[in-house]
Design a protein around this ligand. Sequence first.
Ligand code: HSE
Length: 310
Amino acid sequence: MAFVNKKVKVAAPATVANLVCGFDILGLCLHDPYDIMEVELLNEKKVIVKSADGYPLPEDPALNTAGAPLLEMLKEVEDNIGFSVLIHKRIKPGSGVGSSAASAAGAVVAANHLLDNRFTKDELVQFAMFGEKVASGVKHADNVTPCIFGGVTLIRSIFPLDIVPLSSPPLYVTVVHPQIEVRTADARAILKQKVLLKDAIKQWGNIAGLVAGFLKNDYDLIGRSLEDYLVEPVRSILIPGFDDLKKACKAAGALGGGISGSGPSIFMLSKEESTAKEVEKVMQQCYTQLGIDFHTYLTTINTGGVKILD
Ligand code: HSE
């Protein structure tokens, strides 16, 4: 079969997984930061992944977050083709804003474009989850799904895959990334495997409240629901200044927020841009006082997901 396009460039955006109360089941897509990925069709069954910035990547594609999903995709393709991927990494690995997911999702969306979009978005999520397995040892879809679908997404189940895209009111998202690395695998290893029923009741109240808040454009309900009784209390010990920063951001007017994915980034949602700017200042002051280097991003929800550039 002849393919029309031989090469494509995509922007693969960062994502915020969990949305505080929805561990492994909720996520949203950001406009900033994003990786740039160039994917080229090869005329043999193989996958090559290279870094454009000298960032060290595993040579074996099966051990690479972009390579593993493409190898899975090739198993479903009869044609004698493969892919070469060049990654311009702008989302720092271990930052908590879906760096591995951006590589995985960007690779499969780009490859699918070169294959004349023969796979559905759900199938792309299935492939991309193999990248998350390489990165953290576990297939979770709460970064790759919003990265591929855009917007806010609920992953009701991964086996079988059941994705529910959610509408949302306009929101500003402020993110601070303290320059320390937290590996998702480590941040998962410290979690308790059992929860108390009284905590679970509060948690599922918040998840339902958050989903209802997005669908009803109810900013107050979104804010009230951004509390986590199960995961954040354990993980927050990995993030210097977390509790004080969260309190100060809410005092500055943020609706709420918390750990982005497995951290160390922290995100806050705001209704107004002016509030989001104040929240950014609070974040900057906090980490300046603690003497920890940081980056901040002030962005909005990206409803498009991975974008084909040319
Ligand atoms: N749900 C995953 C976790 C997201 O919290 O471990 C990782 O980005």
